[in-house]
Design a protein around this ligand. Structure first.
Ligand code: GDP
Length: 364
């Protein structure tokens, strides 16, 4: 699951990306990080994992991860191939969600590509490029579908009607994610992999002094208003502070945050917002060797979750022994959970819930 970091040049994308990968990546476990410098595998912070770690005292504790991709190169005109336009759009196609960084910090030493600092204009510049790219994709498909529709087959007529609706929305400056498409629409959007359909958050990069209370920053408020219009979230951070924090050892970083009056790191907020954006849930495996957090799409079944651990576990799935995190914490130990009859046996149709601690039984 990948989240693409996009934004105009000089807004702080690389600063944020580097902070994320320096502070939250587990380079040893993911050697390919060093092969593709634009992809960072980042640990997802989860206090539940710490609690399980205390309880089980395992040899190893492994958080779950998501990937961030630094996608540079978006400029006005990208959809027409300006700059690295096409390459840039191709990279966005490969991610499941978008984190758009917008500049809300003032710094005379850092030039803005369009002169004045105006984050809403910047968002519109980017979103317009993405809409134009989608418009081209939809039009191309319409040509093809029109030819097919000549056969009179109902399916193609319906498709053409839906494509027409998508085209109209895009031409009016709406992102596809703002629409409420029917079944055919959903299928087409997926097939065409439309860019403006991807779930999006806005990351307002603010001045260091606005970090603790960004509500006084007029620019952040403008971004929030814009985002509210499309039901998107805004996370305010200072990429610069995050970059400084990323250079420090854990204890030093904690002290520095305390000094600044920060309760939670901006990186953690970005990671968690990204995780939520992808509609993912976390389940755990726990034993004396390892406690580990795993990620599945919300709605995944027990065998699908088992498949995240090993394909054999999915293929040979018999049943899952499941304890909910809340039950375990309330009871205090696995033995108590058993005593109280809170350990559940679940079959292949069971939908895994966030916080489930699972033990899978399977045939080899
Ligand atoms: P990108 O082109 O979007 O990847 O932007 P960079 O991350 O390379 O940042 C561009 C410039 O802005 C660099 O000189 C950064 O040091 C600076 N910069 C990034 N974030 C901040 C910030 O939060 N505050 C200030 N003052 N400067 C920043």
């Amino acid at each position: 699951m990948k989240i693409g970091i996009v934004g105009l040049p000089n807004v702080g994308k690389s600063t944020l990306f580097n902070a994320l990968t320096r502070a939250r990546a587990d380079a040893a476990n993911y050697p390919f990080c060093t092969i593709d410098p634009n992809v960072g595998v980042v640990n997802v912070p989860d206090p539940r994992l710490e609690v399980l770690n205390e309880m089980y005292q395992p040899a190893k504790k492994t958080p779950t991860t998501i990937e961030f991709v630094d996608i540079a190169g978006l400029v006005r005109g990208a959809s027409k191939g300006e700059g690295l336009g096409n390459q840039f759009l191709a990279h966005i196609r490969e991610v499941e969600a978008i984190a758009q960084v917008v500049r809300c910090f003032t710094d005379e030493n850092v030039t803005h590509v369009d002169g004045e600092i105006d984050p809403v204009r910047d968002i519109e510049t980017i979103n317009t490029e993405l809409m134009l790219a989608d418009l081209a994709t939809v039009e191309k498909r319409m040509e093809k579908t029109s030819r097919m529709a000549k056969s009179g087959e109902k399916k193609y007529k319906e498709e053409l009607k839906v494509l027409e609706e998508l085209k109209t929305a895009l031409a009016e400056g709406k992102s596809i994610r703002q629409l409420d498409p029917g079944e055919t629409g959903k299928r087409l959007i997926k097939e065409l992999n439309l860019l403006t359909a991807k779930p999006t958050i806005y990351i307002a990069n603010v001045n260091e002094e606005d970090m603790i209370d960004p509500s006084g920053n007029r620019l952040v408020n403008e971004v929030k208003e814009y985002a509210a219009g499309e039901g998107a979230r805004v996370v305010a951070i200072s990429a610069k502070i995050e970059a400084d924090l990323a250079e420090l050892e854990e204890e030093e970083a904690r002290l520095f945050m305390e000094e600044l009056g920060l309760e939670e790191s901006g990186l953690d907020r970005v990671i968690r917002a990204g995780y939520a954006l992808l509609d993912l849930i976390t389940f755990f495996t726990a034993g004396e060797k390892e406690v580990r957090a795993w990620t599945v799409k919300r709605g995944a079944t027990a065998p699908e979750a088992a498949g995240k651990i090993h394909t054999d576990m999915q293929r040979g799935f018999i049943r899952a022994e499941v304890i909910s995190y809340e039950d375990l914490v309330r009871a205090g130990s696995v033995a108590k959970v058993r005593e109280e009859g809170l350990l559940r046996l679940e079959g292949k149709d069971y939908i895994v819930k966030d916080g489930d601690i699972c033990y899978f039984r399977f045939n080899v």
